[in-house]
Design a protein around this ligand. Structure first.
Ligand code: NAD
Ligand code: TYD
Length: 352
């Protein structure tokens, strides 16, 4: 196998940490550089098991710093980039949209410029792989699924910023022949997810007997995929995907929020030795999220047919595994929810 120097951005975050772990362990001949700013969402504790691996290196940097990106790319001459660094939470994008423009749009363009610069004379075998979301396609009614040709129709500042970055990646491919591709994935769940997102937040609240704030009527639908299946898809697409293409990644696993929350409550009652029905009493209906997309559902036929990827885990099994992980890793949860987190969360909750 050819020795490659690979940049993974956002590797200290939720999905990034799973991607870094997979690549470091599976490809001992690659040199993996994990670049992360370590925002509130980035946590090196997510990668503790990799600290001593000879093919792994961490660089603390901000992708919004164009000069730092250019210097790093010139110095390291990356062969490939897997770009995950982003501001990723819809609710935060509603309270502070501008931060999402800086990191998600300008940060991505800075990386594209740096890749273009170092690959300008020879881009053979190089790849800029941009990780995106199905939220760029907007919201579905009760029928249909997002395919790779669905038009973009983002509604939240988060999805608008991701849509913009996707367009820039494709524009650099079309205009400058930068070898690039994009994948758009549905909602991920699993270990190391920051507890502002639905599943880890509610696991933590159930454990601590805190209210479960359900937005609106809880009828919104999300298509959940186990994070390690997303990481496997990223591996397959990075190595076998066609430059210039888009791949949708999803689990064919749609749940209304309320059904999912009730399932989590039932599993948690059993795990915590509580009488059945106890945790459901924590459900509290609160003001809906502004611009709340009704339904996401991904058609991943292209990825399955062309590259042979299929999700490995049934949802009920994955959810149970995920709950077990959070219950066994209380210290991780307590660390990430200490400091500024409590006041941020209380403030968000009060607003509703
Ligand atoms: P996350 O918020 O857990 O992690 C993001 C990481 O990026 C953090 O480690 C953070 O420190 C880092 N980061 C943020 N701003 C940075 C900057 N300016 N410079 C360098 N690093 C910076 O997010 P996640 O859920 O792991 O999502 C990762 C990627 O996958 C994002 O691009 C997101 O849009 C995409 N995605 C997420 C989901 C999902 O369900 N979570 C689904 C589809 C796509
Ligand atoms: P989230 O995990 O924020 O992911 P996304 O908005 O990117 O899909 O939310 C998942 C769903 O759960 C979404 O429909 C909003 C809803 N939700 C709640 O009802 N209450 C909450 O406290 C949170 C964080 C989300």
């Amino acid at each position: 196998m050819m020795k490659k120097t690979l940049l993974i951005t956002g590797g200290a975050g939720f999905i990034g940490s799973h991607v870094v772990r997979l690549f470091v362990n599976k490809y001992p001949d690659y040199h993996i550089v994990n670049l992360d700013k370590l925002t509130y969402a980035g946590n090196l504790a997510n990668l503790k098991d990799l600290e001593d691996k000879p093919n792994y290196e961490f660089v603390k940097a901000d992708i919004v710093d164009s000069e730092a990106m250019l210097n790093l790319f010139r110095e390291r001459q990356f062969d490939g980039v897997i770009h995950l660094a982003a501001e990723s939470h819809v609710d935060r994008s509603i309270s502070n949209p501008t931060e999402f423009v800086f990191t998600n749009v300008i940060g991505t363009v800075n990386l594209l410029n740096a890749a273009r610069e170092i690959w300008k004379d020879n881009s053979e075998g190089k790849l800029f792989y941009h990780i995106s979301t199905d939220e760029v396609y907007g919201s579905l009614g009760s029928e249909g699924m997002f395919t790779e040709t669905t038009g973009y129709d983002p509604h939240s500042p988060y999805s608008a910023s991701k849509a913009s970055s996707d367009h820039f990646v494709r524009a650099y491919h079309d205009t400058f022949e930068l070898p690039a591709l994009v994948s758009n994935c549905s909602n991920n769940y699993g270990s190391f997810q920051f507890p502002e997102k639905l599943i880890p937040l509610f696991i933590n609240n159930i454990r601590n007997n805190k209210a479960l704030p359900v937005y609106g009527k809880g009828e919104n639908i999300r298509d959940w995929l186990w994070v390690e299946d997303h990481a496997r898809a990223i591996d397959v697409i990075f190595h076998q995907g066609k430059v210039g293409e888009t791949y949708n990644i999803g689990g064919h696993n749609e749940w209304t929020n309320i059904d999912l929350i009730k399932l989590m409550c039932a599993i948690m009652d059993r795990k915590l030795g509580r009488e059945s029905g106890t945790s459901e009493k924590l459900i509290t209906y609160v003001k809906d999220r502004a611009g709340h997309d009704l339904r996401y559902a991904i058609d991943s036929t292209k990825l399955q047919n062309e590259l042979g990827w299929v999700p490995s885990l049934q949802f009920e099994e994955g959810l149970e595994k995920t709950i077990d992980w959070y219950l066994a890793n209380e210290e991780w949860m307590n660390n990430v929810t200490s400091g500024d987190y409590q006041s941020y969360y209380e403030e968000q909750y009060q607003k509703r």
